[in-house]
Design a protein around this ligand. Structure first.
Ligand code: 13P
Length: 250
């Protein structure tokens, strides 16, 4: 049995005050959530606040990005070891906003994945196609290529304890959601791709859906056989909505 995981990707949102309130809200309601694992990924500067507030709770925290390098003259970058210093369990790697807005290609994403793994962080590897790619019928080519880059560099064993998030780019922040069947089809494809390398790793791999997941659509999405949780953007900024999704996963 795969333990469901619901992770909030706060992106570049919030202030110290709003983050304190949000963490307070999550802490207050987390007792009712049940068996799903819950994590939040705040902007880097708020990670110490998350650590301070969440240390005595079951909620984990993580980064939204990391450097592929271990350290040195890389102005503005954050190394895996630094995230670990602040108690991070997870780090998002290869989010589509990093890929499209900051030019991260498959090779760099794979190196970041390997850097996270080497440091003992659990990467949440994001994959997903654009609307144009879906309409052209190339969803599996794109997602397969994104997965293969990591499988080739890091090996299938590196996916044990890691997480994959299927985030169709056209569903991110748009209010458009993949139908449960569309999402399930890609999740099953991801699992089979990994199974081609290592069936046991594939069987244990948690594959999250991300893209306008909300309390209103979470139950249906999470009921799919290969959807093991969610990576939540907008709805993770409201404690009530985030906790409702966590409950739906449990
Ligand atoms: P939304 O939930 O706002 O669509 O964002 C999804 C996402 O990008 C999570 O990483």
């Amino acid at each position: 049995m795969r333990q469901p995981l619901v992770a909030g990707n706060w992106k570049m949102n919030g202030s110290l005050n709003s983050v304190r309130e949000l963490l307070k809200g999550i802490k207050a309601g987390i007792g009712d959530v049940g068996p799903a694992e819950v994590a939040v990924c705040p902007p880097f500067v708020f990670i110490p606040e998350a650590q301070a507030q969440l240390a005595d709770t079951p909620v984990a925290w993580g980064g939204q990005n990391l450097s592929a390098e271990a350290g040195g003259a890389f102005t503005g970058e954050i190394a895996a070891s630094m995230l670990l210093d602040f108690g991070c369990r997870y780090v998002i790697v290869g989010h589509s906003e990093r890929r499209t807005l900051y030019g991260e290609d498959d090779a760099l994403v794979a190196r970041k994945f390997a850097a996270a793994r080497a440091a003992g962080l659990r990467p949440i590897l994001c994959v997903g196609e654009t609307l144009e790619e879906r309409q052209r019928g190339t969803t599996e080519d794109v997602v397969g290529r994104q997965l293969d880059a990591v499988l080739e560099l890091a090996g299938a064993a590196a996916l044990a304890d890691a997480v994959v998030a299927y985030e169709p780019v056209w569903a991110i922040g748009t209010g458009m959601t993949a139908t449960p069947q569309q999402a399930q089809d890609v999740h099953a494809f991801i699992r089979s791709r990994v199974a081609g390398h290592d069936p046991a790793v594939a069987d244990g791999l948690r594959i999250l859906y991300g893209g306008s997941m909300k309390p209103g659509n979470a139950v249906e999405l999470l009921a799919q056989a290969d959807i093991d949780g969610g990576l939540i953007g907008g709805a993770s900024l409201k404690a009530e909505d985030f906790l409702a999704i966590c409950k739906a996963a449990a």
